[in-house]
Write a protein that binds this ligand. Sequence first.
Ligand code: ADP
Length: 682
Amino acid sequence: MSRVVGDVENHDESSQSAESTTVESWRQWENFARAQELGQIGWWRMDTTRNILTWSAENYRIFGQPIGAPQTYETFLAAVHPDDRAYVHEKWIAALRGEPYDLEHRVLVDGQEKWVREKACLEFDAAGALLGGFGVTQDITDRKHAEIALQWTVRRNELLTRIAARLLQSSDVQGAVEELCADVMQFLDCQAFFNYLVDEESGRLHLNACAGIPEDRAREIEWLDYGVAICGAVARDRERIVAENVCASADPRTGLIASCGIKAYCCHPLMAQGRLMGTLSFGAKTRLAFSDDEIEVMQAVSQLVSMAMARLRMEQALLEADRRKDEFLATLAHELRNPLAPIRTGLLVLKRTGAQGPNAVRVQEMMERQVDHIVRLVDDLLEVSRIRSGKIELKRERLDLRDLMDQAIEASQQFLDANGVSLSVVRPDAPLMIDGDPVRLVQVIANLLSNAAKYTPSGGHAEIAARRVGSQAELTVADNGVGIPTDMLPHVFDLFAQVDRTLGRAQGGLGIGLALVRKLLRLHGGQVEARSDGPGKGSVFLVRLPLASAFAQGGPQREGGRSARRVLIIEDDDDVVHGLSMLLRAQGANVQTAYDGKRGVEAVQSFHPQVVFIDLGLEGMDGYEAARRIRALPEGRDAIIVALTRWGGETAREHVKKAGFDLHIAKPASMGDIERVLDFRR
Ligand code: ADP
C-alpha cells in the first residue's frame, strides 16, 4: 500500500523560514480547507498503534462533532448508524488485511441519519510496519436520498403496473382485491387493509375483503352503515380520510381501527363516473403516519380498483342485456312462427276445399285468431319501443276504475274461458275516480288478467278486486296458478324477463306484457308489485293508482303551504319524472326537471327551488354529489332535499339522512309521499 503524504496540517515547522513561503503555504492550506468544505469531503488518519483518530475540520462537520474533540476507533464506530456498525467494522478489519476500503454507510448526527462514502488506504513506516490508515469521508446524503427516492419510484411504478395488469386480466375484480392489496401492504409496510363495497339492496357497506384483523372481528364489522367509523364516513362524504397517531386520537370514528391495533390509517372512496362503489383503506400497526408519497400510492390503487370495478359492471350489464336480447329474438322468432303454421295449413285447406266449403268458416275463424295473435305481438313490440323512446302520450280523462275493470274483464273473458280459468270479481260499491288514459289502463288490467289465464292451469281460479286505500285506488289480480319463485319476483317487470320459457307457450308471450304494465302505470303516477309464495302457490299483482279526489284536494287553490312551491326533479328515468311531476303539479307545485346531476345543480342556481328531488343512482355525477353541491350553493342552502331510491326501509332512510338529505322516498312515489314532502319544514 502506498504512503499518503502532503497533509498541510502536518507540514514541517522549519519550512516557515522565508515569509513568502509562509504566505504561500497558508494560502494553500486555506484553499485546501475550502475545497474540503465545498466538496463536503473530509480526511482522517487512523493511527492503529496508539488508537488515535485524527479528523480534518470538514470531517468533524460531517460527523456533527465539535472541532478538536479527541477521536478513537471506538468513538468513530459509535457515530456509525447502529444497523451499519457491524458492516463498517468488518470492512475496516478486512482493509487492515489489505482489502480495499471503499464503502457507503449511514451515520447518526443529532439523531438524524446521514449517508457517507469512505475510501482509505493503509500507511506504513520506513521499515514497512503498519501505522494505520488514511482516508476520506464524503457526505453523500443528498445523492443517496435521491437514489432511494428513485428506487422507490421505480418499485412503485412496477407495483402499479402489476396491479393494473392484474385488474385488466381479471374477470373477478372483487376476488382480485385481496391478492393485490397484499402486494400493496408489502410495498407500503402496512399490516391491514379493508375493502367495503356498496350493497345496493340494503343501502349499506359490505366487507368484501380484509387482512390484518382476526376473523371474528372481521365478521363483526361485515356490515357497516354510511357515516359509521372511518370507512362509513368516507362512503358518505366521498372524501379520503387520513388518520395519524390513531391510539391518541379523540375522533370516535377511529375506535374501530384503534381496537385492531392500527396506528396510521388511510381510507379512499372507490368512485367511477361520480358513482360510489365502496371504500379501500390501508392501516399500519408499526408507525404513526404515512408519507404523502405513500398516500398517493393508495390513491392510485383505489383509482385502478374503481376503474376495474366500473368496467366489469358495465361488461356484466352489457352481457346481461345481450343475453336477454338473444333470448328475446329466439322467443320472438318462435312466437311469430307458431301462428304461421296453422295459417298456412288453413290456406291449404281453403285452396283445396274452396272458400265456401263446409269447414271454411271454422278455418277462417282459426286463421283470424292466429292473425290477431300476431298483430297483438307486433303491437306490443311497437308499444315498447314507443314508450322507450318517450313517444307515448296519455289521453287523460276522469274515469271510474270500476268501468275500466269491466272493460278489461270483457276483453279477457274469452281468453280466461278458453284456458279453463274461472274469474271472480270484487267490485266496490263506491266509484274509484282516477285521472288517466282509459285505453292504456284497460290494457294494463287486461294484461294482468290474461297472465292469470296463461299461468293458471285449466280448472284454476282468478280474482280481480278493487278498493280505496287512503288517497289511492288499489286493484289486485290474483290467481292460484303456477306462482313465481321469490328470486324472480323483482325481475318479472323487466323487459323480456320470463320465469320459465317452457310455460305459457301455448298462449305465446315475449316477456313484454309486465314491462308495459309497469311503464304505463308509472306514466299515471301509479305502481305495480308482484307477490307470490313460490312455485305452485299462485300469484297476486297489486296495482296502485292515485285517486282523482286526492288530485282535486291538492290543487293550486288549496290553503296552506303546499301551493305554488318550486320543485326541481333531478332524475334520468323518464317514467319517474313523468309520474312524479304529475303528482306534484296536482298539488299545485311549479315543477322543473333536470336529467343529470350537473344540469340539476345549474337549475338550482337559476330556478331557486324550495324542494329538490334527487335520484341517488344518477349516471355521471351521482345523487350524493349533486346534493352536496346544491347544499353548498347559496340558492340550495335552505332547500328541502329529497333522496329518490329504489329501496325503502328504515336503514335506507337512516343512511340518506346521514348523507345530508332531509327526506327519503322509495320509487315510485305515492301521493302520500308527495304530501309528506310538501308539508315538510326544515
Ligand atoms: P309473457 O307472459 O309474455 O312471458 P309478461 O311480461 O307478461 O311476459 O310476464 C313475464 C313473466 O312473468 C312471465 O313469463 C311469467 O314467467 C311471469 N308471470 C307473469 N304473470 C304471472 C302469473 N299470473 N303467474 C305466474 N307467473 C307470471
